[in-house]
Design a protein around this ligand. Structure first.
Ligand SMILES: [Zn+2]
Length: 144
């Protein structure tokens, strides 16, 4: 059989059969399974219901999971809190994404310079893209 590129890692491999499109690397198989599950959740309401029940049951048996997760992944917890705030705002103003971000006046920027420094998540409001982490650092006016 002719070698084909794996859609996950772009490495050429020889498939075991006609239907194999991802190589056998564990990371690529995880991606293949995640894609399958995403498609299955979108197309099969019974499967989606079973998954939801299974997750509830698991969480009932592991009640401290999220507490532990947030304690050991503070950066991810902060990111999730920020994204949840944005989702909540989107729910309140579904047709006006500008309400979420707000538009600052140019002259207001100067007085806010010091307070702008920090880490932010840049979240697209229109396109379905992942959020990007950005760092805003104020540069002193007299720097070269
Ligand atoms: Zn691969």
């Amino acid at each position: 059989m002719e070698s084909v590129p794996c859609p996950a890692c772009s490495t050429f491999f020889i498939p075991r059969n006609k239907s194999q499109s991802f190589c056998s690397e564990p990371g690529c198989q995880r991606i293949r399974k995640a894609l399958w599950q995403k498609q299955k959740l979108a197309s099969d309401p019974d499967y989606k219901g079973d998954q939801r029940l299974s997750q509830k049951k698991w969480l009932k048996n592991n009640p401290d999971y999220w507490k532990y997760y947030r304690r050991h992944n503070p950066e991810k917890a902060a990111r999730n809190r920020s994204l949840q705030k944005i989702r909540n705002m989107k729910k309140q103003h579904p047709s006006k994404p500008s309400k979420i971000i707000g538009i600052a006046k140019m002259d207001a920027r100067r007085s806010m310079m010091q307070s702008l420094s920090g880490q932010y998540w840049l979240v697209p409001t229109v396109a379905k893209m992942d959020a990007v982490k950005i760092f805003i650092v104020s540069i002193p006016v007299n720097s070269p």
